[in-house]
Design a protein around this ligand. Sequence first.
Ligand code: ADP
Ligand code: MG
Length: 266
Amino acid sequence: MTGHPGAVTDGTGAAGAAGAGGAGGAALRAAGVTKAFGGVQALADCSLTVPAGAITGLIGPNGSGKTTLFNVMTGYERPDAGQVFLGERPITAAPPHRVFALGVGRTFQLTRIFPRLTVLENMLVPSLRGRSRRHERDRAMDLLAFTGIASHAGKLAGTLSYGQRKLLELAYVLIAEPQVVLLDEPAGGVNPSLVHHIADRIRELNKAGRTFLIVEHNMDFVMTLCHQVTVLDSGTVVATGPPDMVRTDPRVLDAYLGTGDDDDQD
Ligand code: ADP
Ligand code: MG
């Protein structure tokens, strides 16, 4: 591969614009992360910088290591090598609840709601952390209103549509007021009208200063929402840059289509 004349960078670079209200530096960073499951090398010397204040997209073919990287960055998996930093602080060995308490919220590719609890009860599962029950409840209802599912508060969560479950998970994550939010396929399987709604909510949260890292296969969603996009292939970062540059990068086409020269060959 001969590279691209644009500003797309390899691997470790923190290229790209910081988003609305972006203050520059790295909010969250993975440095040289390696992780194998048995004989499967899920991540190989993988480095990713999530700039503070920006919306960063993480894309790549199925099995390229996106969810594993999320798991390593949020304490659900220990890397075999490499480190994770929240700002300057190493959090590589921190368990998930600690990472959450430090201000990194995440959702899961397969939502982890409690189907037999009501929507509101799901919101109240995180500990009360010294606040009054009344305060927690008001805050939960505010967040359900923000995500647009307040009218479902009393329903069993198991009765929600797939997209509404994604919104419940987003509302749930926001309870802890995380500075950094990782979303694993927030638009996957979601009805198109709800996809726009989810994108709008993320944009609004970002304008208020929150940093996002988003795994998503819906390219319109990624390319219109994200300030920068990082591409994983076989557990390694192959490109990072603004959406328009990543979209046409030969290494990205190669990762997705198996060829970077798809115009003139046949
Ligand atoms: P993506 O989210 O990009 O689709 P994953 O991170 O889920 O990719 O998976 C990367 C690779 O690691 C895949 O080959 C997958 O099968 C493997 N893998 C992920 N988690 C585990 C696990 N807990 N045990 C064994 N293999 C795993
Ligand atoms: Mg995944």
